[in-house]
Design a protein around this ligand. Structure first.
Ligand SMILES: NC(=O)c1ccc[n+]([C@@H]2O[C@H](COP(=O)([O-])OP(=O)(O)OC[C@H]3O[C@@H](n4cnc5c(N)ncnc54)[C@H](O)[C@@H]3O)[C@@H](O)[C@H]2O)c1
Length: 340
């Protein structure tokens, strides 16, 4: 059995805890939150685990194999670096750290100590996201022209980070996974509508070396929850709408352009065919994601998505820089980040 401990039992941590209980080869040895009231509630539900407000208790236990971190973004580096230095395999909720330099340092620490490091990028394990990836990889959509995405709802306002660091990692990880291409530039505008200095809406425009463009709207200030991405290809178009009964719909639609043969005008013909809704597996992404962490520990393999996690942080840093610079496009390669 793998003995693991989890730190952070706020909004997301309890979901990780539930996913850990589903893993047959995992024993949850510690639950940790510095907020005593949260801890007490979970200690009653999980009496087999040691409940503590002190993270040091987990690190000092020589028999503890791994730590899972679900604390606010700006604590990730400090807590993850301490876990790796204490010899623990480490799972960190997205984003891996609040700067690329810190991500680089965590990756180096894990490599030096031959420990597994993984970032919780749940959407990479989502069956609809994987189905869209399959549609792209099999060329069913043709060349992808552009992608347009909205991830908006009312709340939850974060205290320490903008909507870019909170919701952005989801879209960044999905786009990087689908396209296997790092955008060359990102331009962002936004507004701190409610809390001064905390941007609660952001409109991001990403340009990829292949010519593809993507637009991503993020907000905690919207009348209703929407997680909708349209992928427009030369053959077909797809709408991926998370949390709906038909999360992936493939539209056999498009436009055919014909060059003018003489000096006449060019010709366009519109194609409007069937809409197909592929069968999507009902597996829970979080459970699959944690099973992957367990598998990495058992096999000693390096996480295949660490570089993607690093690129997510590069994009968030570049998007923030563009926002701070009044919305001008920023080169993503400027955010490679030396070691912290
Ligand atoms: N994968 C996803 O879909 C998803 C969804 C939501 C949040 N998240 C991520 O989960 C993480 C946590 O977000 P949240 O919304 O649950 O935050 P939260 O503020 O609701 O909870 C954080 C908890 O961590 C505790 N904490 C902070 N520092 C601590 C320390 N040093 N020792 C012990 N406890 C400590 C706090 O007391 C709090 O209970 C973030 O990284 C966020 O990006 C991921």
């Amino acid at each position: 059995m793998l003995r693991v401990g989890i730190v952070g039992l706020g909004y997301w941590g309890p979901n990780l805890l539930r996913g850990l209980i589903e893993q047959p080869s995992v024993e949850v040895a510690y639950i940790c939150d510095r907020d005593e009231s949260r801890l007490v509630a979970f200690a009653r539900r999980y009496p087999g685990a040691t409940a503590t407000t002190s993270y040091a208790d987990l690190l000092e236990d020589q028999r503890l194999d791994a730590v899972l971190i679900a604390t606010p973004v700006f604590t990730h580096f400090e807590l993850a670096a301490a876990a790796l230095r204490a010899g623990k395999h480490t799972f960190v909720e997205k984003p891996l750290a609040p700067s690329t330099a810190e991500v680089n340092e965590l990756i180096e620490l894990a490599e030096e100590r031959d420990l597994r490091l993984m970032c919780g990028q749940t959407f990479l394990y989502s069956p609809p996201v994987r189905e869209v990836k399959r549609l792209i990889d099999t060329d069913e959509l043709g060349d992808i022209f552009f992608i347009s995405s909205s991830r908006v709802n009312l709340g939850l306002h974060q205290r320490d980070v903008s909507v870019i660091w909170d919701l952005g990692p989801h879209d960044f990880s999905i786009l990087l996974h689908w396209l296997e291409e790092l955008p060359e530039s990102i331009a962002t505008t936004g507004r701190d509508s409610i809390v001064p200095g905390v941007y609660d809406v952001a409109f991001m425009s990403l340009r990829f070396p292949s010519g593809l463009v993507a637009n991503v709207e993020l907000s905690w200030l919207a009348p209703s929850k929407l997680r909708r991405t349209a992928i427009v290809g030369s053959n077909k178009m797809v709408v991926y709408e998370d949390g709906t009964p038909e999360p992936v719909r493939v539209f056999d639609r498009g436009v055919v352009y014909r060059d003018p043969e003489t000096f006449g005008e060019y010709q366009l013909s519109y194609r409007s065919g069937d809409i197909r809704s592929p069968q999507i597996a009902a597996t829970e992404p979080l459970v699959t994601e944690l099973a992957e962490f367990v598998r990495l520990i058992e096999t000693g393999e390096t996480s295949g998505d660490l570089e993607l996690a690093r690129q997510v942080v590069m994009l968030a840093e570049a998007a923030e820089a563009s926002l701070a610079g009044g919305g001008a496009p920023v080169a993503v390669s400027d955010y490679e980040g030396a070691l912290a």
